[in-house]
Design a protein around this ligand. Sequence first.
Ligand code: PLP
Ligand code: SF4
Length: 441
Amino acid sequence: MKLQSENSLTVVKNISKITNFLNSSIAEDFWTDWKWQIKHSIRDIETFEKKLGIKFPLEEKMKLQKTIERFPMSITPYYLSLIEADNYSNDPIFRQAFPSIEEMNIDQSDLLDPLGEDKDSPITGITHRYPDRVLFHVSNRCAMYCRHCTRKRKVGDVDFIPTKEEIMEGIEYIRKTPVVRDVLLSGGDPFMLPDEYLDWILTELENIPHVEIIRIGTRTPVVLPFRITDDLIKMLKKHKPIWINTHFNHPREIVPDSIEALRKLADAGIPLGNQSVLLAGVNDCTHIMKKLVRKLTQNRVRPYYLYQCDLSMGLSHFRTPVGKGIEIIEGLRGHTSGFSIPTYVVDAPGGGGKIPVMPNYLVSWSNNKVILRNFEGVITTYKEPDNYENNNCDLDCDNCNLYLKMESPEKVEPVGIKKLLDDCNDSISLTPDGTERIEKR
Ligand SMILES: *Cc1c(COP(=O)(O)O)cnc(C)c1O
Ligand code: SF4
């Protein structure tokens, strides 16, 4: 019930801001027109000051101006209307949307392409890092430019607008690469593309027999919920398993308009996930995160990942120690529904992919017992079986008492630690390239 009253309070505040914004001369249906929202996005400091009814000191304003010349600003009127002007400087919406002069403090550890996406790119627009799935950048436009964006270097940069030819080459790459069974459409924001164009991409991908699922990463439900139109839903429903991941970072972003967008997507039968970024001064708090994940699940969105803020240029003021993320997970596991707990990950600088990090629950281990602790601090013993018969796997499925009769057994070379664990693989160690001791042999 508390949620309800909070929401209606926001609505009242929003309506007064909306009327402010519209100068009461434009009818309300423009407000819910996503193209109108994009066209009227706030891209300069003066307009921002005017809309919010604030004034920055001159010196700060000049620095802000410099900041947006380097990292452009673009805020939808809708997302701006969620800012509480009275206390804007601490507002989580403000901090995600409006530049901080600290973005110009480039830290020693900042990297231009921290996730090595360009290195793992066999072809423009495709990042192929994991064995069975690819990231496919189909758009470089975003409804709003998040200040904490990993791809800050690309967003808004005209040089990175993928052409139709480039998209076709990406599709060709996927067609010619049969191990790819999962395609993640990303950007930018794929929902910034026109319906027909996205429909074309989805149709092409779906005609590739080895593509089993398509995922779309979009922040539109958060910053431009009106993009989730009935026509878009109708188009999406035609396509084969599509999963959507959105990007809510704070419970204040879950308001009637975004709730409605999520309802439409969930009602269309699309499984919804959420990826949050841990941001200092925005959501680096166990209570905020607990509230966020509860509100998400209440709206049929499964929290998927919580990202450690990466090492992109100009994000140092947003970074927290990794310990903060572990503390948040400690505050969630056991304390709230298991399926509302995201996996906390550090995206490995240099391109190692996502590495899960969490509190330790395994206290000790002997040859037949494990000692575990739960969220309350209870320490317990799990007695392991005395006569477990291991199925020594030699990949000869026809003569195995487990049932895995596959039409086309996967013949993929095992990678990493799994390779060391596999029964039928002779590898006994992994050695980094350039290990001097080995090279001397
Ligand atoms: C995150 C990511 C994926 C998808 O990873 P999942 O753990 O399957 O969600 C795929 N490719 C790249 C390059 C990624 O960064
Ligand atoms: S929506 Fe995503 S890609 Fe776009 S600016 Fe925000 S974080 Fe970056």
